[in-house]
Write a protein that binds this ligand. Structure first.
Ligand code: FAQ
Length: 333
C-alpha cells in the first residue's frame, strides 16, 4: 500500500527526473533509510511540511490537555485524580518535545504559538468535542490515545531524526495513557447498569471523531503522496484508520459495549472489519472552526498564555540578571 501510495502520489509530486542534483541526493538518502538531521541540507518544502506537521502535533498535545483538565476536580477517587493529573502533565511534556523538534527547523516557539493563538494553525479535530461525563476520560484514553499510538508508532521511524527520536518517549507514555483509559472503561462496564450506560454513551460520542483523527480519506489527502515519498508518512490515513478499527472492535466486545456503526462487519476473506461511511462534512466543519468547542478551546488557550506572561517575563529577567552577574564576576587568575 505504501508503494501504491507513492506511485499514485507521483502524479502529484515532482517526478525524479525533474529534481535538482541536490534534491536527488536528498531523496536517495531518504530511500536508503538515512535519517535527515537539523543541519543537513533539505528542500524548503520538506522543511515546511515538517514544521506544519510537527507544530500541529505539538498544538494538539497542549490543546488536548483541555478536555481532560475539565475533569481533574471531579475525578471519582484520589487514585483516579492522580493518574489523570499525571496523564495531562505528560501531554504538556509531549508538546515541549515537539515544539523543540520543530525549533530545530529554524522556527521559533513564539511564532508557532502565535499561529495557534490567531487560529491560523491547526490542531487535531478530536479536541473540539466536549467531555460530558467521567466515562469520557475512559473513552479518550482508550480511543484517542489508542488512535494516537497507531498513528505515532510509525513516526518513530520517520525520516527526520529529531521528530523520530521525540516520538519514542511520546509513544511509551501514550501506551500508559491508553491502558488507563481502558481501565476506566473496564471499571464502568463491571459496575452498575447506569455506569455501563455511561461507558456506552461515551463510546457512542467518541467513536466517529476518533476515526476522523487519522485525517481525510487517501483520495482526499492533499499531503500524503509527498509525505510518503519523503518517508514522513510510512502508512496512509486509511491504512492506519483500518488498523484502529481492527484493533478496537474486539476490545469493545470484551467490554460488552457495541460500536455505534450498523454497517460494521468482519470480512472473513480480508481479515478486516468493514465499517460505515464517515461523515466528512462534520470533519471539515470542525477544521473550519465550527466544531462544538473550537472557540472555547482557543479562548482558554489564549487566556492561559496571557495569564502566564508575568511568569515568562520573570524567567527572562532572572536569566538576564544571571548572565550579567557572571559577566561582572572577577575571572579566576
Ligand atoms: N485534525 O493531507 P492530509 C494526540 C488536516 S495527538 C485537524 O492527510 P497530513 C495525543 C491536515 O493538517 C493528535 N486537521 O494531512 C493526545 C491538512 O491540512 P493542512 C495529533 C487535520 O498532514 C491524546 C488537511 O487536513 N496527532 O491525540 C486532521 O498528511 C489525548 C489534509 O490532510 C498528530 O498530529 C485532524 N484530525 O496528515 C493528547 C500526529 N487530519 O495542514 C491529549 C502527526 C488532517 O494542509 C489527549 N500528524 N488534517 O492545512 C500526522 O500524522 C498527520 O499530520 C495527519 C494528517 C495524519 C494528522
Amino acid at each position: 500500500m505504501y508503494a501504491q501510495m507513492v506511485d499514485t502520489g507521483l502524479k502529484q509530486v515532482q517526478g525524479r527526473e525533474d529534481l535538482s542534483p541536490e534534491e536527488r541526493a536528498f531523496q536517495q538518502r531518504i530511500d536508503e533509510g538515512v535519517k535527515i538531521e537539523a543541519k543537513d541540507w533539505m528542500p524548503d518544502a520538506y522543511r515546511k511540511t515538517l514544521i506544519r506537521q510537527i507544530s500541529q502535533h505539538a498544538h494538539s498535545e497542549i490543546v488536548g490537555q483541555l478536555p481532560e483538565g475539565n475533569w481533574v476536580t471531579r475525578a471519582p477517587t484520589l487514585k483516579r485524580k492522580a493518574i489523570l493529573l499525571a496523564k495531562i502533565q505528560d501531554e504538556a511534556g509531549h508538546g515541549l518535545y515537539l515544539y523543540s523538534a520543530a525549533e530545530t527547523l529554524g522556527v521559533s516557539r513564539d511564532e508557532l504559538l502565535a499561529a495557534l493563538h490567531s487560529g491560523k494553525a491547526k490542531y487535531s479535530s478530536i479536541f473540539n468535542y466536549p467531555t460530558l461525563s467521567w466515562a469520557d476520560m475512559g473513552a479518550i484514553g482508550w480511543l484517542v490515545d489508542g488512535s494516537a499510538i497507531i498513528n505515532q508508532i510509525p513516526l518513530c521511524r520517520c525520516s527526520y531524526g529529531p521528530y523520530a527520536r521525540a516520538m519514542i518517549r511520546v509513544c511509551k507514555e501514550e501506551s500508559f495513557h491508553a491502558r488507563q483509559g481502558y481501565d476506566i472503561m473496564m471499571s464502568l462496564c463491571k459496575g452498575t447498569p447506569e455506569q455501563k450506560q455511561m461507558a456506552q454513551d461515551a463510546l457512542n460520542r467518541w467513536w466517529w471523531p476518533s476515526l476522523m483523527m487519522f485525517g481525510p480519506s487517501d483520495a482526499e489527502s492533499v499531503n500524503s503522496a509527498q509525505s510518503a515519498q519523503w518517508r514522513i508518512k510510512l502508512f496512509s490515513n486509511d491504512e492506519l484508520r483500518q488498523k484502529m478499527v481492527d484493533q478496537t472492535v474486539p476490545q469493545a466486545d470484551y467490554l460488552g459495549l457495541s460500536i455505534p456503526d450498523p454497517d460494521l462487519k468482519f470480512n472473513e476473506e480480508t481479515g478486516h472489519y468493514e465499517f460505515g461511511e464517515i461523515d466528512w462534512s462534520e470533519f471539515y466543519e470542525v477544521l473550519k472552526g465550527n466544531g462544538p468547542c473550537n472557540r472555547e478551546r482557543l479562548r482558554t488557550r489564549v487566556q492561559a498564555y496571557d495569564n502566564g506572561a508575568w511568569f515568562r517575563d520573570a524567567l527572562v529577567a532572572h536569566a538576564d540578571k544571571q548572565k550579567q552577574r557572571s559577566a561582572d564576576a572577577p575571572r579566576a587568575a
